[in-house]
Structures are given as C-alpha cells and as structure tokens.
Design a binder for this molecule. Structure first.
Ligand code: UDP
Ligand code: GLC
Ligand code: MN
Length: 333
C-alpha cells in the first residue's frame, strides 16, 4: 500500500519556523507517517536544511495566489492569497492518504488515528461552524481533484480569498452529509476558541491534540526569554493557567530547545548572530530573516476593541491594569 503522510506548507522563512516546530512536535509524539513540507522558492537555504532534517520530503512548489484583495480585506488578512498554494497538496499522488496541517499548528499527542478518516474530514471553523477550518484536514491526493479545485478557483474564485473558501465550496456537503467527516474540535483547537467559550474549554480543553495559532498574531511574532520561560507580552489569566498548559509557551519551548540549535548550526554562528544583541537573553524568532513585527505588533484601537470584546485582552500590555487605571484617572481629572 502506498504511504501516508502529514503535509504542511511554508512559503517563507517565518512559516518555515512554524513548520519546524510542527515537524518536531509530530516526531516527538512518534508518528509512524511520512512528513512532507511544501515550500516556496523564497525559503532560505539554511531553513530548507533544517526542514530536511525533520521532514522526509521537502518539495518546492509554485506559489499560487488568489490575488483577491477584496475578499482578503474582509478577513483583514491581505497576506492569505498565497494559501491557494495549499491546493498543491492534492498532487502528492505517491501517497494514498494525507493529513494537511497549517504551519501554525502544533500537536500535543500522537494523532496517527486521523488516517482512519476519509476525505474530506476536518473540524468546524470557530468563526462559522457550518464551514470546516482548513488548518487541519484529511484528504486523498488526486490529480483530478487538484484540477477541479484549480478550475473552481479560476471560475468562481474563493469567498474568503484563501484556500478555506474554495475548499468549502468544493466539499460543500461536509456540514450535512457524513458526521464521521467532522473531526472533533480537539484536532484543531484554535486559540480564539479558548477565549470565546471558556467553560467549554475548561471542560474539554485538556483533551486537545492539536493547537492552531489561528489569526494574525503567530507564535514567531513574539519573543521569548529562555531563562524565565516567559513569552514577552503574553500571559494567561491565572484561572486559565490552572486548567491547561500555556500553548504559546509550549511552542516556544519546542522552538528554543530543538529548532533554534539546528538553525544556529545551519546558518553558522556568525551569520546567525548578525543583528542580535549578544548580551540579550531573549530570543526573537524573527532574527533569522525578515524583521518580525514589533512585540507584540501594534493593533489599531478598533482591533483592540474587537479583541477585548472577544475576551482576548492584552493583559500584560495595552490592557494591563496599570494602563486602564491611568486611562480612568485621565477621564476623572
Ligand atoms: N502560509 C504560508 N505563507 C504565508 C501565509 C500562509 O506558507 O504567507 C501557509 C501556512 O502553512 C499557514 C497556512 O498557509 O499556516 C494558512 O495561513 P495562516 O495559518 O496564516 O491562516 P490562519 O490559520 O491564521 O487563518
Ligand atoms: C482560515 C484557515 C487557514 C486558511 C485561511 C484562508 O482561517 O485557518 O488555514 O488558509 O483561512 O482561507
Ligand atoms: Mn493557520
């Protein structure tokens, strides 16, 4: 029987770091499946070297871009047009079945049992649960499906400007036809959902098998202090800390303990240290390539309001008690 593989995608060095952590997490949990990384030409040579040490195959693919600024603007994610590149995964016909995982996911246990599922199995999207989230899905490579998907992209485009819109239009009976194709949410637990339905998270969160850092703010946009084990600008409310591991810190632990040493070696000490303050103890994931956004990235006051309303307050930063107190004081004066 042909092989089975986990597949991910990284079109640039930042997402490549995500793919490294994902690959490491799959290996740490002893997957018996092959690992395949689809990458863009833009991914730097040393990053490819590290990816090759973790993945069985690293395949360079053409970047497919929806170029659909209007729909992407609705998601406030102009960067996601390139996620059309994900569709290349259907061309991996040397495998009989695959599980695609976004580069911003990380596994917390062995999930090889996903290969018992059929195409197209996926978990509900936290924003619109009648759609599946395309960050984790089971699929069957097929050139025929690939061509039909591309035809759909050309003919009708994607309602969100990215792969998830077009995949939901193609596999449009997912919501109703076969409940076995609904993956439990624990296979694609998005960080957003943690805050939007806290009691459910407290009840079921401990069973999480895959964490998905969905949204603009990715783990590699933060920086980390390995001495204190703290991710800068991030802290969980203490009641949450008691019920589940801090996934962002877990991501950074994997990154610092496994990925960073490999990257340092691949880049060579000199090249790698360029631009870094030697004495500084914190490690910025962005130090290897394009500068990372400020830590944490500046958000507009509208966006901050939305996050606040969704329960995603920046407790350590802009929404810290000190800041709020200062604001109140200024109103009262
Ligand atoms: N991706 C990529 N380069 C990009 C944007 C996205 O390689 O510039 C890939 C990567 O695998 C990523 C996936 O497409 O995980 C989907 O994008 P993202 O995770 O940012 O979307 P979200 O889950 O936040 O909606
Ligand atoms: C989603 C998914 C992501 C997908 C993007 C664009 O939010 O999490 O995997 O690439 O939308 O469609
Ligand atoms: Mn994602």
């Amino acid at each position: 029987m042909a092989g089975e593989a986990f597949v991910t995608l990284a079109t640039n060095d930042n997402y490549a770091k995500g793919a490294m952590v994902l690959g490491r997490s799959l290996r740490n949990h002893n997957t018996t499946k092959k690992l395949v990384a689809l990458i863009g030409l833009q991914v730097a040579e040393p990053c490819r070297t590290v990816l090759s040490s973790l993945y069985d195959e690293v395949c360079v693919v053409d970047i497919l871009d929806s170029g659909d600024a209007a729909h992407l603007a609705m998601m406030k994610r102009p960067d996601l047009g390139v996620t059309f590149t994900k569709l290349h995964c259907w061309t991996l016909t040397r495998y009989s079945k695959c599980v695609f995982m976004d580069a911003d996911t990380m596994v917390l246990s062995n999930i090889d049992e996903l290969f018992d599922r059929e195409e197209l199995s996926a978990a509900p999207d936290p924003g619109w649960p009648d759609c599946f989230n395309s960050g984790v899905f089971v699929f069957k490579p097929s050139n025929e499906t690939y061509n039909k998907l591309l035809a759909l992209c050309t003919e009708t485009g994607s309602f969100d400007g990215g792969d998830q819109g077009v995949l939901n239009s193609y596999f449009n009976t997912w919501a109703t036809a076969d409940i076995s194709k609904h993956l439990p949410f624990i296979y694609n637990l998005s960080s957003i959902a943690i805050y939007s339905y806290l009691p459910a998270f407290k009840q079921y969160g401990r069973d999480a098998k895959v964490v998905h850092f969905l949204g603009k703010m990715k783990p590699w946009n933060y920086s980390y202090n390995p001495q204190s084990g703290q991710v800068k600008g991030h802290s969980l409310p203490s009641d949450l800390r008691q019920v589940h591991p801090d996934y962002l810190t877990l991501w950074w632990e994997l990154y610092t303990n496994y990925v960073l040493p490999a990257l340092r070696q691949a880049y060579g000490q000199t090249a790698f240290n360029t631009g870094c303050v030697e004495e500084e103890v914190s490690v910025a994931a962005g130090e290897l390539s394009a500068p990372a956004p400020p830590h944490p990235p500046q958000v507009s006051s509208e966006e901050r309001k939305q996050r606040w309303e969704a329960g995603q307050a920046d407790y350590m930063g802009a929404d810290s008690f000190d800041n709020i107190e200062r604001k109140l004081d200024s109103f009262l004066k």
